[in-house]
Design a protein around this ligand. Structure first.
Ligand code: BG6
Length: 478
């Protein structure tokens, strides 16, 4: 780790590779609104928000109103000059009760309209099947804690590949498998609000991996030849910097990466089809001491491991921030994903805070995590699927420009100096939107959205001009 320190600070002048792709990201629940229109069924986030669980009792009922204003979105995407748009599909718009029998043509039409309008402007698509908004009807039947989710997800994926596969070349199964498991089924801070941090959290994660693998093979076996697209999963991970030079802290930092990125990444990208050894060891050991008869971490069958291993065409990386990590002997007997790791997470006060309290600005972290991925996963093709920071409600967002300039420069260094195979980059986010439990308080957009006006006008911030220029230069030529 420390060996990398020498080249942290120099700005790198140069361009990205010729075919590098530039994009921006959004997600269905965060921008669409139209929560019950044209046959859409309720999702777990509709229910969670209606219970008043988001800051300021915010909901996604209208948010950016992209359900009606998608042409405006296409216009600003084209103004930005991006090559691709990374969006997600609302499962319960397409299948209101989550299952194939409830197919809703109007929901499919909505996405066809967007896709066609984008392609007419030469903007390609990266489409996530799942960005957190499970149909409520499926949660009522157990959601990700039920093994049946694998079949439900496969049916949904098949319908999406059939309907949109001729025009969509980049697919993502899940966005941030960690967040779905930990916040949704571990600590319950996200929908569906389940608090089961010792057992349910691992079960949900296990079923996400199985669902991903099933959808990947479905595409590869039945659609790949015809459409030639690529399928991946978007995993979120900070850079984990050891607090001190001690071996204990070095191991703790590495363990923290394995427990978060490796939890999902190891099975798919790591070569064994299974969880990281260190994770299996720690959870088994804690479970034993807590009196469980077997490890709280579920096991894959040999057949499943074979299917998991290599179930990707590229790797989607969501990266925002860095953590400092130190070793800590957790003495509590509480069965809890966080306590299973024997680590403590800290912040470096030198890293500037931002409007999102979990996010501190540390540009070189993105280069380090890219290097880690190359070293552990054999240099897969990578798309940065999300990266960005929140600011206040202002069009003069110089802090955002600083963030993008330096983070993207570190991505360029990873490509040019470390030979990491990064193919594309999509920033979070096209426009201000509903930031989950933080409501409309955090703004991540290149475009400002006025949520007090019924027309939801989109206006470019300074960072939109910056990003447009960066794209047209394909980097930072001298
Ligand atoms: C990412 C999510 O984790 O972070 C996005 O994939 C989200 O959907 C973004 O909007 C910002 O997070 P938050 O929690 O501050 O809204």
């Amino acid at each position: 780790y420390r060996a990398y320190a020498q080249d942290r600070d120099e700005f790198y002048y140069g361009k990205f590779p010729d075919h590098f792709e530039w994009g921006v990201a959004t997600s269905a629940y965060q921008i669409e609104g139209g929560w019950n229109e044209d046959g859409k069924g309720p999702s777990i986030w509709d229910k969670f928000a209606h219970k008043g669980r988001l800051l300021g009792k915010a909901t996604g009922d209208v948010t950016c109103d992209s359900y009606h204003l998608y042409k405006e979105d296409v216009r600003i995407l084209s103004e930005l000059g991006v090559n691709f748009y990374h969006l997600s599909l609302s499962w319960s718009r397409i299948l209101p009760d989550g299952t194939a029998g409830s197919y809703n043509q109007k929901g499919v039409d909505y996405y066809n309209n967007i896709i066609n309008a984008l392609l007419a402007r030469n903007i390609t698509l990266m489409v996530a099947l799942y960005h957190w908004d499970l149909p409520q009807a499926l949660e009522d039947k157990g959601g990700f804690r039920s093994d049946l989710i694998v079949d439900w997800f496969e049916d949904y994926a098949r319908i999406c590949f059939e309907q949109f596969g001729d025009r969509v070349k980049l697919w993502l199964t899940f966005n941030e498998a960690y967040v779905i498991s930990f916040f949704g089924y571990g600590v319950g801070e996200h929908a569906p609000g389940v608090r089961d941090p010792g057992v349910g959290v691992y079960k949900a994660a296990h079923n996400i991996i199985r669902s991903h693998t099933r959808a990947y093979h479905l595409y590869t076996n039945h659609f790949k030849e015809k459409y030639g697209g690529s399928v991946s999963i978007a995993l979120d991970i900070e850079w984990k910097e050891p607090l001190t030079d001690s071996e204990e802290d070095y191991l703790a930092a590495n363990r923290a990466i394995q427990f978060k990125l490796g939890w999902f990444g190891n099975a798919i990208f790591g070569g064994s089809g299974d969880y990281p050894e260190v994770m299996k060891h720690y959870v088994a050991e804690k479970s034993r001491r807590q009196g469980f008869s077997s490890s709280r971490l579920p096991e894959f069958t040999e057949e499943e491991k074979k299917l998991n291993n290599g179930a990707f065409d590229y790797l989607g990386l969501n990266h925002y921030t860095t953590h400092l990590v130190t070793h800590s002997n957790t003495t509590t007997m509480r069965p809890h994903y966080e306590d299973d790791q024997d680590i403590e997470i800290l912040n470096d006060p030198c890293w500037a805070p931002c409007k999102a309290d979990w996010l501190r600005v540390n540009p070189w972290g993105i280069r380090y995590i890219l290097r880690w991925i190359k070293e552990h996963y054999g240099n897969p093709p990578i798309y940065i699927t999300e990266n960005g920071r929140a600011t206040n409600d202002s069009l003069e967002d110089w802090d955002r420009i600083y963030y993008y300039q330096y983070y993207i420069n570190e991505v360029l260094k990873a490509i040019r100096l470390d030979n990491v195979d990064v193919r594309g980059y999509s920033a979070w986010s096209l426009m201000d939107n509903l930031e989950w439990t933080n409501g409309f308080d955090e703004r991540f957009g290149f475009y400002h959205v006025d949520f007090n006006s019924s027309k939801r006008p989109r206006r470019p911030k300074q960072s939109a001009y910056f990003y447009r220029e960066l794209i047209s230069n394909n980097g930072f030529p001298r």
